[in-house]
Design a protein. Structure first.
Length: 234
């Protein structure tokens, strides 16, 4: 952690929303931020908590989720290293709308609202980039809801795997490897399907050669077939 603190400015300079800033602005913003480390499984914040900060993932991965009244988890998003979350609170200061949980040991750079808002007021380009990031997440949420409401389980699963591949896909001989290891239950939570349904379709696609499971990681071998399944009606 001590090493990371020395490079706070460099961390901010590498972030898509902030990397265009002048050195003096970066130094000023870095001085107002602080670092936080969370163990795997740690709750970073819960739905209903006061929204007082935005966070950038320096190392690790964080899941954004919500729990239904009957105890079922809906996995809304997974934030990889370099991503941000909690940015809605920066703009409106309202309570958190979901839970954030560390999927693995994670280091976060925390920007407090009361310090970041004045900074945004003097940096319209940073504000514009933050709004663009929010719009992108809203589009993703809209697509997620469309999948859940209008598509059957195979289509939702194929679409979910392709979305994961956009962020976590790593080219390997013969396919695209998802570097994020998720259980079948977690995949089901992400797409709004039962673990049994996910198990059935994954096994069918593995037998057909569309996917490969290797050490708990999925490899997409036939992306075109998954795209056809994802866009199938009904």
């Amino acid at each position: 952690m001590a090493i990371a603190e020395q490079h706070r400015e460099a961390i901010l300079a590498g972030h898509p929303i902030l990397r265009h800033l002048q050195r003096d602005d970066l130094r000023r913003l870095a001085a107002s931020a602080h670092l936080a480390r969370h163990k795997r499984g740690a709750v970073i914040f819960q739905k209903g908590d006061a929204g007082t900060s935005m966070m950038a993932v320096i190392r690790g991965r964080v899941k954004i989720c919500t729990i239904s009244p009957d105890g079922r988890e809906l996995l809304l998003n997974i934030i990889d290293t370099g991503g941000i979350f909690g940015e809605i609170a920066i703009l409106d200061g309202q309570p958190r709308t979901a839970d954030a949980v560390a999927l693995e040991e994670s280091d976060l750079l925390v920007l407090e609202r009361d310090r970041f808002l004045p900074f945004l007021a003097g940096n319209p380009e940073a504000l514009s980039r933050l709004l663009a990031a929010l719009c992108q997440k809203l589009r993703q949420t809209s697509a997620h809801l469309e999948d859940a409401l209008l598509r059957e389980a195979p289509s939702r699963l194929a679409s979910g795997l392709l979305r994961l591949a956009e962020t976590f896909g790593q080219p390997v001989p013969g396919g695209l490897r998802l570097t994020l290891k998720l259980s079948q239950q977690q995949i089901g939570n992400l797409i709004g399907a039962s673990r049994e349904s996910v198990n059935k379709h994954l096994n069918d696609w593995i037998r057909a050669g569309h996917l490969l499971s290797e050490g708990g990681f999925l490899i997409i071998r036939d992306r075109a077939v998954l795209q056809e399944i994802a866009t199938a009606e009904g």
